[in-house]
Ligand binder design. Structure first.
Ligand SMILES: [Zn+2]
Ligand SMILES: [Zn+2]
Length: 151
């Protein structure tokens, strides 16, 4: 996105582009593959802006979601995980390491398996699936750690 467009969107929310806010957005983009949590973004931004607070990170991430710059991928173990990929895709969550990976799946595949009970609820525009399991990296470890969801 062009900086001027982002600036305009933030201005509509009565927010200015500050170096900190920009760095927060950049950190989400850099950590796209991780689907980072607010805590991870906070640790990353703190390296360049030691004065940044976790509250500012939370608030900025919330605003970025509101203006459609990023979105919530999943909420797992009480933590929100963010995503800069806005087009529809699905996620695979490893319950051991908490890793989140993108899964590509065609919409018609979803429609095929869409339960009839869902059609009775209203018109479905899109659907996103979270697959839960254990990733290959964790599988290959002899003694995988305790699932992060129970810690
Ligand atoms: Zn894993
Ligand atoms: Zn994703």
């Amino acid at each position: 996105m062009k900086m001027s467009v982002l600036e305009e969107k933030l201005r509509q929310k009565n927010l200015k582009i500050t170096p900190q806010r920009l760095e927060i957005l950049r950190a989400v983009q850099r950590h796209q593959c991780d689907h980072p949590s607010a805590e991870l973004i906070y640790q990353a931004v703190k390296k360049r802006y030691p004065a940044v607070s976790l509250a500012t990170v939370y608030k900025t991430l919330e605003t970025l979601v509101q203006i459609g710059e990023i979105r919530v991928a999943i909420v797992s173990g009480g933590k929100t995980r963010y995503d800069t990929r806005m087009e529809q895709h699905h996620h695979f969550l490893c319950s051991y390491c908490g890793g989140v990976q993108d899964i590509e799946m065609k919409m018609d595949c979803l429609e095929t398996y869409c339960p009839e009970s869902l059609a009775g609820k209203g018109t479905i525009h899109r659907g996103e699936v979270i697959f839960h399991g254990i990733c290959h990296t964790c599988e290959n470890k002899k003694n995988p750690p305790c699932p992060s969801i129970c810690s």
